[in-house]
Design a protein around this ligand. Structure first.
Ligand code: KG4
Ligand code: ZN
Length: 345
C-alpha cells in the first residue's frame, strides 16, 4: 500500500510517499508490529519568505503552501513512479490553522478524486514514529521524546495510536528556546541550525547557564532563555560562539537528564527521539554516547517532512483507522488524548 503523506502545519510544504505490502498481501499483519513501510520519496519545500521577519508569519505560510502544494505533491508522485497513491495521510493538526487548512483541503479533494481513503494524522504522532521510517517498530512499550519548535514532550508508546504523555515543557519548547536565543545573538531564523553551527567554534563550559528544573519529568526552558539574555546584558563581550555552545549544552543536559530519569522511572530502555531539535549535532553526539537504546531518524526526518506523515498514516491505515468525510483541522490536539487515534477529529 503506497501512502502519500502531506505536511503543511508550519513553514515546510512537504510530501512523502511510503510504500510496501498492504493488508491484502499480509493478512496476518499485527498492526504496527514488524511492519516496515519503505520510504519511496520525500520532497520538502522550506519556505524562505519568513527569514526577514525573524519567525514564521502565519498568513505568509498559508499563501506559500497554496502556491507550493501542487508542485510538491506532483514531484513526489512522479519521483515515486506512481500516478496515484492507495491512500492519503495528511497533517490535521496541531499547527498554524491556515497552513494546516491548505494541506488538509488539498488532501481531501485529491483523495476524493482518486477514490482512496484519507487519514488525518497528528503532527506529533508523525514525529514520534519518524525514527521508524523504513524500519520495524521496537518492542513496545517504549519511550518517545518529541523536541520541536512547538513541543517538547515525552511519551510512553504502547503501540501505534496508543500514547501516554509522561512529561511536557511547562513554558517554551526546546526549539523555541533555540530560536529566541538565536535572535538575541543576532543570528537569524530558524535559530536551531545556526546555533548548532556557531556552537562548534565555542566553549560549552564558558558560561555557567542554569539547568532549569520543573516538577516531575516536566521540562522548562524559559528560565534558561532569560539567563542568556541577562548574561548578554552583563557580559556583552562574551564571544557569541561561547554563549551559543554553553546554551546548547544546557538544553542538551536538561533533555538527557529527563530521558535518563524517565527510563529509570518506567523501566523502559528503548528511547525514540524526534523533532527538529533531534537534528542538533551535539544532542545527537551526547545521545549516541549515553548508553541508551537509541532510535533516532536521520537529520532530514527530524525537521518537518512528508515522509513522517506518510509513515504514521500508513501504520494507522493498516490498523484500520480512517477519517470521516467531515474531517476538520485541530489547532490543539495533544497526543494521547482520546481522539489522537485519528478515528474522528
Ligand atoms: O519539528 P520542526 O521542524 O517543526 C515543529 O514541529 O516545530 O522543528 C523546528 C524547530 C525549530 O525551533 C528549529 O530551530 C529547531 O527545530 N531546530 C534545531 C536544529 N534544527 C532545527 N534546534 C537545534 N539544533 C538544530 N540543528
Ligand atoms: Zn514538527
Amino acid at each position: 500500500m503506497n501512502v502519500l503523506g502531506i505536511e503543511t502545519s508550519c513553514d515546510e510544504t512537504a510530501a512523502g510517499v511510503v510504500g510496501g505490502p498492504g493488508l491484502q498481501e499480509q493478512d496476518e499483519l499485527v498492526p504496527a508490529a514488524g511492519e516496515q513501510g519503505g520510504l519511496l520519496v520525500d520532497v520538502t519545500y522550506s519556505q524562505q519568505v519568513h527569514a526577514e521577519f525573524g519567525g514564521v508569519v502565519p498568513e505568509l505560510a498559508s499563501r506559500a503552501h497554496l502556491e507550493k502544494i501542487v508542485p510538491t505533491v506532483s514531484t513526489a508522485l512522479r519521483r515515486a513512479g506512481i500516478l496515484r497513491p492507495d491512500a492519503v495521510a495528511v497533517t490535521a493538526g496541531p499547527g498554524l490553522m491556515g497552513a494546516v487548512l491548505v494541506g488538509l483541503s488539498f488532501a481531501k479533494a485529491a483523495a476524493m478524486a482518486w477514490g482512496v481513503p484519507v487519514l488525518g494524522v497528528n503532527h506529533l504522532e508523525g514525529h514520534a514514529l519518524s525514527p521508524f521510517i523504513g524500519a520495524a517498530l521496537p518492542r513496545q512499550p517504549f519511550l518517545a521524546l518529541v523536541v520541536s519548535g512547538g513541543h517538547s514532550s515525552l511519551y510512553r508508546v504502547a503501540g501505534v495510536g496508543s500514547y501516554e504523555c509522561l512529561a511536557r515543557t511547562v513554558d517554551d519548547a526546546a526549539g523555541e528556546a533555540f530560536d529566541k536565543v538565536a535572535r538575541m545573538l543576532g543570528l537569524g531564523y530558524p535559530g536551531g541550525p545556526l546555533i548548532d553551527h556557531l556552537a562548534r567554534q565555542g566553549d560549552a563550559s564558558a558560561v555557567p547557564f542554569p539547568r532549569p528544573k520543573a516538577p516531575g519529568l516536566d521540562m522548562s526552558f524559559s528560565g534558561l532563555k532569560t539567563a542568556v539574555r541577562t548574561w548578554l546584558e552583563k557580559h556583552p563581550d562574551t564571544p557569541r560562539a561561547d554563549v551559543a555552545a554553553s546554551f546548547q549544552e544546557a538544553v542538551v543536559d536538561v533533555l538527557l537528564d529527563r530521558l535518563g530519569r524517565a527510563a529509570l522511572d518506567t523501566g523502559l530502555d528503548v528511547v525514540a527521539v524526534s523533532g527538529g531539535v533531534a537534528s542538533n549535532t551535539r544532542f545527537r553526539q551526547r545521545l549516541q554516547s549515553s548508553g541508551m537504546d537509541l532510535r533516532i531518524p536521520p537529520a532530514r526526518f527530524c525537521t518537518d517532512n512528508g515522509a513522517m506523515i506518510a509513515h504514521a498514516g500508513r501504520l494507522g491505515l493498516l490498523a484500520g483507522r480512517r477519517s470521516p468525510p467531515d474531517l476538520g483541522v485541530r489547532a490543539v490536539w495533544p497526543l494521547g488524548s482520546a481522539s489522537s487515534s485519528g478515528l474522528s477529529t
